[in-house]
Design a protein around this ligand. Structure first.
Ligand SMILES: C[S@@+](CC[C@H](N)C(=O)[O-])C[C@H]1O[C@@H](n2cnc3c(N)ncnc32)[C@H](O)[C@@H]1O
Length: 270
């Protein structure tokens, strides 16, 4: 189901992070203002496309791993413009009955959400327009309740989302709110831009996003790790996106930590 099918203002005159990310991934759902914004980001951080792809591949591997560990319910907040394979396609490869709820606050994602709804017949997917800064509202959406059982473990993913929520109290409070709402056995997957490997470059790219109208904040390893407080990190713990359970050892050497520029981890609620 798609929530709110009314007309939406896509704000094509300004760069949006979802459409810039789509451009970095080689997608076609982006407009001149987004490509200008992406160009400014790439002038500051030439590896932006490498970082976006390493992040997306982390999503693929983490979902595959969680599905193999038995997770069957997924809540993906900050989904982005559909880019196949989407999360449900990966999960349903291993577990056709997997149920997935997607949510994002960008109207362009809502406009393209139908691509997220082609579930396997055994499973189910839903899209709910929602703002991660209001976790209570996201957790109350009818699409979520019709699709997921919050009494059973849920794999929550906040992938390449939280750097768009500046302010340490805000971002950490939001994550805590989601964590509290989920039962034991649930998991939390996060990836996040970090300044740790090349502070000057990351400061410049953050500045380019802020100048395009997107508040953005990179976080250090300690700030990133704090999102998982009280939960048990799954092997290999906190690492850089391309190093998180790579498919082949060789893959690690294709990208440097400074190019990937994002921490990644998955943890389980005790
Ligand atoms: C870089 S994309 C990541 C997409 C996807 N999670 C991935 O990693 O492939 C970030 C997404 O977060 C969304 N986003 C940013 N702030 C948000 C908020 N406050 N609530 C919900 N979504 C948000 C953007 O619209 C965008 O689609």
């Amino acid at each position: 189901m798609v929530a709110d099918e009314g007309a939406v203002d896509l704000e094509l005159d300004r760069a949006h992070s979802a459409r810039m990310y789509d451009y970095f991934l080689g997608g076609t759902t982006n407009f001149p203002a987004d490509r200008e914004g992406a160009g400014r980001a790439m002038a500051a951080f030439p590896a932006a496309m490498v970082a976006a792809r390493a992040n997306r591949q982390f999503m693929h591997r983490s979902v595959r791993h969680l599905t193999r560990l038995g997770m069957r319910q997924f809540l993906d907040v900050g989904t982005g413009i559909p880019t196949s394979p989407n999360l449900h396609e990966i999960a349903q490869e291993t577990a056709p009955g997997a149920r997935v709820v997607y949510t994002d606050n960008d109207p362009i994602v809502l406009a393209h959400a139908r691509a997220l709804l082609h579930s396997s017949p055994e499973g189910r997917t839903a899209y709910a327009q929602g703002d991660a800064r209001d976790p209570q509202a996201v957790l109350k959406t009818p699409e979520l309740h019709d699709t997921l059982d919050l009494g059973e473990p849920v794999a929550l993913s906040l992938i390449a989302l939280l750097h768009f929520i500046p302010g340490d109290r805000t971002a950490h409070d939001i994550v805590e709110h989601f964590k509290e709402a989920l039962p034991s056995g649930s998991t939390l997957t996060i990836s996040h831009v970090t300044p740790d490997f090349d502070p000057e470059t990351i400061a410049r790219v953050i500045q380019s996003y802020v100048a395009s109208g997107t508040p953005t904040q990179a976080r250090t390893r300690a700030e990133f790790t704090r999102f998982f407080d009280g939960w048990e990190l799954l092997d290999p713990g906190v690492t850089v996106t391309h190093r998180w359970r790579p498919d082949a050892a060789h893959d690690i050497y294709q990208v440097t930590d400074a190019e990937a520029a994002c921490y990644a981890a998955v943890a389980r609620k005790p």
